[in-house]
Design a protein around this ligand. Sequence first.
Ligand SMILES: [Zn+2]
Length: 189
Amino acid sequence: MRLLPTITILCFGITGIFSLNFKSKTYPINITGHLKESRKETPHIGLNFVTVFVKGNNKLLAKTEANAKGDFHITFTPTTEKSFDFFCTGIGIDTILVASLKTFDSDVMEMTFNLPIKYKKNTLGKVICPKCNRSDKVYKIEYGDAPVTTMHINKSGDTSYSPIYKGIYQASCVVEMAKYYCYRDKIKF
Ligand SMILES: [Zn+2]
């Protein structure tokens, strides 16, 4: 009976070595994906031929097109990326983040992506960004006839324009799927 803890530690040790080995190698990740329109309040857009792409460290890793049912296959080989961001784009969808993953449980996976992503809120009831998991730079998107653009001039006199006005992201009159925007990550979701 006294052997049991030792065996447990040994097992953990072996698992540790294996997972280390696994991490140092690069295997292609194969994902069979399904897109699902998740929200009733968003206009029904239809998921015909939506383009799906994955970015890691802001570099495009793979790109594919879903079929008329919203099913797709995508494959890419992770290297040193900190996270893997899945985006969708298509008619009426703009470019939205549908998932941000740090690791993969397996190299062959089946995943369902909600369009838009299911919004998570923090304890204060504020929507959090699916990439940085913070709410402080998240703005609600409003679709209006005349989007207001705010001009910012920094100390060195450089001018930049921001679609954020009075705490709301001003979008064009074309109503799209995204409801929120993270200014930190420059993503809509
Ligand atoms: Zn963010």
